[in-house]
Write a protein that binds this ligand. Structure first.
Ligand code: GUN
Ligand code: ZN
Length: 550
């Protein structure tokens, strides 16, 4: 049973209950060899593994040990009392395509039932990245018919089957795969045929595939990504709906002397003077000491560090989901590699889909920390609401445009003073005045909405150049709003101060790069007769008064 307890974006925290055991999601199944464990299973548990992934095909092939494992069961064999998933040999066929491996689906699936796997995987046929559509179609069809055979044949009720979704970059095949798998009962749906894309850092492709699967897969089952093991990508994958992953990357990288970090990706042990991490391994050894060890020991320690880091990242991600800060985390993580930034941009093409599951309210304030923040679902939601769901106050005749300063609303002494002058003016009845802020991220923020979520609490970077993304974002959104709404006002006064007081009460020069300059000049070119700019509020209010107000 899968119970979802919290969400952020398409990311979710869930509890998976199986065979009287429980695991939390998002989570990673470390992949281990069934006979040659570099890191013993008991150590894996200590490092944080609630579940393991191993290979049924390798066990089955070993005729000497096969019967013994059937007798003892997989948990005894591996000496691990958590949840165990087993792969069917499809992976071997996928990775070593020229190797003529003969596997029979019925036999390998029955074997997984016999050894008591918690999560066996059917014998699917992974689509290769360079398959033609025709080849991919055949693999998808065979996988689907094997999935149906599997459902019919099942005999061990303790086995909770994993159903692979194939199709890869061919979205029509991927969708066919999802639609048919939806009607077959699997405990976990797993996206296959993407390991080689991970190896080539094609995170844009894997993100696109994941989002396409999420659009039509049943919502009440966990989604697994086969072979996802690079922790820098975990947060983005989780935000796009990935609940589970399995990987041997921690050990494969360790064998190449590679050390996981989240800031710069993987580092070569040879090039490290100090360890940046403080897991038990990195606290106990210096890189120099680790290099001096024998190969087996060195690989084991590096693998352990790599896993500590992976589980630490999963805890960070789950906590970010609880706090509603997953996008903030992702924007930090993608900075470690351009391919990750590219993958984040794929999300932009799917904003409508992701926005639909964004929470209506979050407890904490938002931080807009990079130009990618413009694409956050919450901002898209605001754009839509201000366009289609907002009416300016009925009595408003005069529009006052104010710039955003270093900080918002009541935290800004200058803004407080402007608002106070506007609210207390004797020159014009207050209800005739409508105040709207020009905002880098939101375009416009009407004053009466300033204390509502998500406008009330956010801190953001600001435009620093007339052509940067933020500047363009602000100008485009503000003009969209103003071109539609300006007809409601008799006049519009734009405040462009020379100086202002920042949040520390220091006098600062108002930036010549603030988008309000550009917005004013574009509006003036179009609506010269009813728009003017001022350096202080008093002059601005007088401008409204000189016309028809006496
Ligand atoms: N391991 C990595 N990719 C795959 C896949 O597509 N199918 C299976 N069964 N295992 C995998
Ligand atoms: Zn470490």
């Amino acid at each position: 049973m899968f119970e979802i307890v919290d969400i952020d974006a398409l990311g979710r925290i869930g509890k998976l209950f199986v065979n009287n055991k429980q695991m939390i999601t998002p989570n990673l199944f470390p992949v281990i060899h069934p006979f040659k464990n570099v890191v013993p299973a008991s150590d894996l548990k200590e490092i944080g593994a609630q579940c393991l992934f191993t290979n049924a095909y390798i066990m089955y092939q070993n005729e000497l040990k096969r019967e013994k494992i059937i007798k003892s069961g997989i948990h005894n064999h591996l000496q691990f009392d958590g949840l165990i998933a087993t792969d069917s040999g499809a992976f071997q066929k996928y990775m070593y395509t020229n190797n003529q491996i003969e596997i029979n689906a019925e036999i390998i699936e029955k074997f997984q039932e016999d050894i008591g796997s918690d999560f066996p995987v059917i014998l699917d046929i992974p689509v290769q990245l360079d398959d033609t559509h025709e080849q991919a179609k055949e693999k998808v069809n065979t996988t689907l018919s094997r999935a149906k055979d599997n459902v019919r044949r099942r005999s061990n009720k303790s086995c909770h089957w994993v159903g692979p979704i194939q199709g890869g970059k061919f979205l029509d095949l991927l969708n066919k795969s999802v639609n048919e798998m939806n009607s077959l009962d699997f405990e976990i749906y797993a996206i296959g045929g993407i390991v080689k894309a991970f190896l080539e850092y094609r995170f844009d492709l894997t993100t696109d595939i994941l989002l396409n699967v999420k659009k039509s897969i049943v919502p009440n089952k966990p989604i697994h990504m086969f072979g996802l093991g690079l922790p820098q990508y975990f947060s983005l994958a989780v935000a796009c709906g990935c609940d589970l992953m399995d990987s041997a990357a921690y050990i494969l990288f360790a064998k190449e002397g590679r050390y996981f970090t989240l800031s710069t990706g993987t580092e070569k042990l040879d090039e490290l003077e100090e360890f940046p991490c403080h897991c038990p391994i990195c606290c106990q050894y210096t890189p120099k000491e680790m290099k001096a060890l024998g190969e087996d020991m060195r690989i084991e320690l590096l693998a352990k560090h790599n896993l500590y880091l992976s589980f630490s990242e999963l805890r960070t991600i789950r906590q970010a989901i609880r706090e509603g800060n997953l996008w903030e985390l992702i924007e930090q993580r993608v900075r470690s590699h351009p391919s990750l930034v590219k993958a984040l941009h794929v999300v932009n093409n799917n904003k409508t889909f992701i926005e639909a599951s964004e929470k209506a309210y979050k407890k904490s304030g938002r931080l807009y920390i990079s130009s990618e923040s413009i694409s956050r679902p919450l901002i898209k939601r605001y754009d839509e609401k201000i366009t289609s769901n907002y009416r300016i106050p009925k009595e408003a005749k005069f529009l006052i445009l104010l710039p955003e300063l270093d900080t918002r609303g009541a935290n800004s002494p200058s803004i407080l003073s402007w608002i106070s002058q506007i609210n207390n003016t004797q020159l014009i009845p207050r209800e005739l005045l409508h105040v709207v802020f020009i905002s880098d991220f939101y375009g416009v923020i009407p004053l009466e909405l300033l204390d509502t979520f998500p406008l009330s609490q956010f801190e953001s970077i600001t435009a620093i150049d007339n052509n940067d993304d933020l500047h363009q974002n602000s100008v485009r959104k503000a003009l969209k709003f103003l071109n539609v709404n300006i007809q409601h006002y008799e006049k519009c006064g734009v405040l462009i101060p020379e100086m202002f007081l920042n949040q520390f009460n220091e006098i600062k020069k108002f930036s010549s790069k603030n988008p309000i300059h550009k917005i004013f000049s574009l509006l003036q070119a179009k609506y010269a007769s009813k728009i003017s700019n001022f350096t202080n509020i008093l002059y601005l209010l007088q401008y409204f008064r000189t016309d028809g107000m006496q």
